[in-house]
Design a protein around this ligand. Structure first.
Ligand SMILES: *Cc1c(COP(=O)(O)O)cnc(C)c1O
Length: 228
């Protein structure tokens, strides 16, 4: 396991996907998902120039934040219990899992400055997945305009766990379509210019379909257990 080598391979695949889609690789931010690994691995990612780190539990975030602090840009990518907002809000710049008004209200109350939020959408409809049903996205973002500290910078989804590439692709296409619908609302605090989609197994497809943030864990930093 070597983060530098993994990163080189990933960057090559990003470049290839960008060529196929006629996109500029600079539009794509890699988030190293460090939820499975120790802080050492996260620091290795920073040393390779990957400054965006993603965690999905408040304990993991807090532990690594104590060691790394603001040398990284922190993303909260997991489902977030309302009562835990206060533990993470001062550490993170991005939240990828906004999916209900009670959570928006708590973020709005606790944040000192506007938080960059992705509305998480359950495009695949799998019961195990969090996120809003696609039909609920438009009414939801309209409700979010009242919160001064919520800035909806984009939408996030997780593709279904399948080898069927066309199923994965149609999931990402649907998110892109929803993004366009949200953008057409032209709401000041809802630019919705970003798409957080693509993980280790499907980031090439996500890039071809318009991803601007890809969340990569196991194929970049590994998945040794023992990440706190
Ligand atoms: C764990 C996780 C990832 C990274 O998964 P890999 O398949 O290891 O790349 C990305 N996004 C979310 C929301 C996750 O929970």
């Amino acid at each position: 396991m070597n983060v530098a080598e993994n990163l080189e391979g990933i960057k090559n695949r990003i470049n290839e996907a960008c060529k196929r889609a006629d996109r500029n690789p600079n539009e794509i931010t890699i988030i190293a998902v460090t939820k499975y690994v120790s802080a050492d691995r996260a620091i290795e990612a920073l040393e390779e120039g990957v400054f965006h780190l993603g965690e999905n539990r408040d304990e993991g975030l807090t532990h690594k934040y104590e060691l790394i602090g603001n040398k990284a840009v922190w993303h909260f990518i997991g489902s977030l219990q309302t009562r835990k907002v206060k533990n993470v809000i001062d550490k993170i710049t991005y939240i990828h899992s906004l999916d209900r008004l009670s959570l928006a209200s708590e973020i709005d109350k606790r944040a000192q400055t506007p938080v960059k939020c992705f509305v998480q959408v359950n495009v695949s409809g799998e019961e195990s997945k969090h996120g809003l049903e696609p039909e609920k996205v438009i009414p939801f973002v309209k409700d979010l305009t009242g919160f001064a500290n919520i800035q909806v910078i984009g939408l996030m989804t997780m593709a279904p766990n399948t080898d069927n590439q066309s199923v994965i692709r149609s999931c990402f296409k649907r998110l892109k379509g929803l993004q366009k619908e949200v953008q057409q609302l032209n709401l000041a605090s809802i630019p919705c210019s970003e798409l957080s989609m693509g993980m280790s197994n499907d980031y090439d497809i996500a890039i071809e379909e318009g991803a601007t943030f890809i969340r990569i864990g196991s194929s970049l930093v590994g998945n040794e257990t023992g990440g706190v």
